[in-house]
Design a protein around this ligand. Structure first.
Ligand code: FES
Length: 196
């Protein structure tokens, strides 16, 4: 995903219009349109809302509603590194909630927020496909198992020193790459709600 892309003015709005037009102005294409903007700019800038609403003949409130419902969408740029802590059932049973609380204090932002220096965004997911090795966390693109507070702090420090996050380690509980066939890393809690 692209991070921190500065969007401004008519150029951005023109790009949004072209994305909407590529979907034929079909209101059912709202999610693909938002995903395209997320992939391209790292967030859906508020300037896109009116353009999308007009192009799809939807209200701004409807667009806002969809963006706020799915945690995969954000209206502000994410930090250079995103730290996602799994709050799925398996991870919760081994201390994920405590790990999230630790992260909120040590990183200094709430879930869904980005540090003032733009280096780290703290987020949560509801399964990283690493259930047997919880609590699990994703730092950048790498998924780690058996993460406690001290380990999380070390991983975040490492990620800050190496934008994009540290490389994945072997599957030994010290750090794991996403398993083949595992759910896409970054699956959101909203996705979980949707699947119920
Ligand atoms: S519940 Fe946390 S990795 Fe599956």
């Amino acid at each position: 995903m692209t991070h921190g892309v500065v969007v401004s003015g008519s150029g951005y709005e023109e790009r949004v219009r072209s994305v909407v037009a590529a979907h034929g102005g079909d209101p059912a294409a709202l999610l693909p349109i938002l995903h395209t903007l997320m992939a391209e700019f790292g967030h859906v800038d508020p300037a896109a809302i009116g353009v999308i609403a007009e192009g799809l003949n939807l209200s701004r409130a409807e667009i806002h509603g969809v963006i706020s419902f799915y945690r995969d969408f954000r209206t502000t740029p994410a930090g250079v590194t995103t730290v996602r802590i799994c709050r799925g059932e398996a991870c919760q049973s081994v201390g994920a909630d405590q790990l999230v609380e630790h992260a909120r204090i040590s990183i200094g932002v709430d879930v869904g927020q980005t540090t003032a220096d733009g280096s780290v965004t703290l987020d949560q997911v509801f399964c990283l496909g690493n259930c047997a090795l919880g609590p699990s966390a994703q730092i950048g693109s790498a998924v780690y198992g058996r993460v406690d507070g001290a380990r999380l702090d070390g991983l975040v420090t490492s990620a800050r020193q190496r934008p994009g996050g540290p490389p994945a380690a072997p599957v030994d509980g010290a750090g794991t790459a996403p398993a083949a066939g595992a759910p896409a890393a970054g699956r959101s809690d909203r996705d979980g709600e949707e699947a119920r």
